[in-house]
Design a protein around this ligand. Structure first.
Ligand code: NAD
Length: 320
C-alpha cells in the first residue's frame, strides 16, 4: 500500500485539484454512479472523543474507501489539533488496501471546495460582495476557494466572537480584497453570496436579514442539532445539497424538514446542476446549498493527492 503523510499534503494538494475532485464526485453522485455509506459517529466514552467513519464507493472513478477519525477536545495536551482523521483507500477490483492518507488538511480543502462548487453554479449574476459568517479555522479555506471560482470585489464578515475577525481580514488582504466587519442585518442585506461556517446550535442569519438575489452556502451544520439559518429563510429558497439523506438528517435542512416547512423532494443534489440535468438557480431570488460533508468528498481528494504523491515520489510504499 501507499502512505501519504499529513506533512506532505500541503506541498502536494492544490485548491484547484481539490475543486476538480469534489465537483466530479458530486456529478457522479447525482448520476447514481457514486454513493455514500451510512455515517458512524460515536462518543467513545474516553477523553470526550467523538470517533467515526464516513465511507463510500465511486463507481465512475472506482474509488472505494473510508475516512476514519473525529474530534478529540483534549488534544492540546498532546500538542495536536482537535480534529484528527486518516483516509484509507481500497482497490475496487481486489479489496486490497491501496493507500493511507493524512486527512486533516484534506478535510479543510474538500469542505472549501464544496461551497465553491455551489458558488460557481448558483451565485447570482454579477455577484460582487461575499459575506462570511464564521471566522474559525475553516473560514479562511472557504473564502480562498470562493474567490477562486468567482470575482468578488469586497468581503464583509461577522462572527459571534469578534476577536476572531482578524482571520477574515487577513485572508481577504491575502486575496487583494477589501474587508469590512458588519452586523448580521447588514451582511444579509449587502452580500450577494454568503458562506456560513460556524459551530452554532441556533439560527444566526434570519429571514428578515437577507435581501435581494442571494446565494447562501451553509457549511457549519454537519451534526444533529446544529443550526445556522432561520428555517423561514430556508423555506423561501431554492434548495441544494451535497446529499439529500445527510441534509435532512444532520445538515442545515434538518430543521425546516422537522418543522414541516420544506419537503425532501424539493432538495436537489448540486451534482445535478453540475451534470446539467437541473437548471440551477433559474429565476429563484434565493438559493441555499446545504454542505453537510460526505465521505465521497474525502475519498475524491485523497485519490487525487495519492496520484500527485506518486508523480512526485512522495508516496511511501509499505507491505501489508
Ligand atoms: P473552529 O472551532 O475553528 O471555529 C468555530 C467557529 O464557530 C468560529 O467562527 C466561532 O466563533 C463559532 N462558534 C463557536 N461556538 C459557537 C456557538 N456556540 N454559536 C455560534 N458560533 C459559534 O471550527 P472550524 O474548523 O472553523 O469549523 C467550523 C464549523 O464547520 C464546525 O462546526 C465544524 O464542525 C464545521 N465543519 C463542517 C464541515 C462540512 O463538511 N460541512 C467540514 C468541516 C467543518
Amino acid at each position: 500500500m501507499l502512505v501519504v503523510a499529513e506533512k506532505e499534503i500541503g506541498g502536494l494538494m492544490t485548491p484547484e485539484a481539490a475543486y476538480d475532485a469534489v465537483e466530479a464526485v458530486f456529478a457522479a453522485m447525482a448520476a447514481d454512479r457514486a454513493y455514500n455509506f451510512p455515517v458512524v459517529r460515536e462518543a467513545i466514552g474516553h477523553d470526550d472523543a467523538l470517533y467515526g467513519f464516513k465511507g463510500g464507493f465511486d463507481g465512475a472513478a472506482l474509488t472505494l474507501g473510508l475516512k476514519a477519525g473525529g474530534y478529540w477536545p483534549q488534544n492540546q495536551k498532546h500538542g495536536l489539533i482537535n480534529h484528527q482523521s486518516t483516509v484509507f483507500l481500497f482497490d475496487a477490483d481486489t479489496g486490497r488496501v491501496a493507500a493511507a492518507v493524512g486527512g486533516n488538511l484534506l478535510t479543510a480543502l474538500r469542505t472549501a471546495a464544496a461551497s465553491a462548487v455551489s458558488i460557481k453554479y448558483l451565485a447570482p449574476k454579477g455577484a460582487k460582495v461575499l459575506g462570511m459568517i464564521g471566522a474559525g479555522h475553516q473560514s479562511a479555506f472557504q473564502m480562498r476557494a470562493a474567490a477562486r471560482v468567482h470575482d468578488f470585489e469586497k468581503v464583509i464578515g461577522w462572527n459571534p466572537h469578534p476577536e476572531m475577525l482578524t482571520r477574515l481580514a487577513d485572508t481577504a488582504a491575502e486575496l487583494g480584497l477589501p474587508f469590512e466587519a458588519v452586523d448580521l442585518p447588514r451582511l444579509g442585506a449587502e452580500a450577494d453570496v454568503i458562506i456560513s461556517i460556524t459551530s452554532a446550535f441556533s439560527p444566526l442569519l434570519m429571514d428578515g436579514h437577507v435581501q435581494g438575489p442571494t446565494h447562501i452556502a451553509a457549511m457549519g451544520t454537519d451534526t444533529k442539532g446544529k443550526q445556522e439559518l432561520d428555517p423561514a429563510l430556508v423555506a423561501r429558497a431554492g434548495l441544494f445539497t451535497d446529499e439529500v439523506a445527510q441534509s435532512v438528517a444532520i445538515g442545515e435542512f434538518q430543521h425546516a424538514i422537522a418543522a414541516g416547512l420544506i419537503a425532501e423532494e424539493a432538495i436537489t443534489q448540486i451534482g445535478a446542476v453540475v451534470n446539467g440535468s437541473h437548471p440551477g438557480r433559474g429565476d429563484a431570488e434565493l438559493t441555499i446549498f446545504d454542505g453537510t460533508g460526505v465521505g465521497l468528498q474525502d475519498l475524491a481528494v485523497a485519490r487525487a493527492v495519492v496520484k500527485l504523491a506518486q508523480e512526485k515520489g512522495l508516496a511511501q510504499k509499505v507491505e501489508i
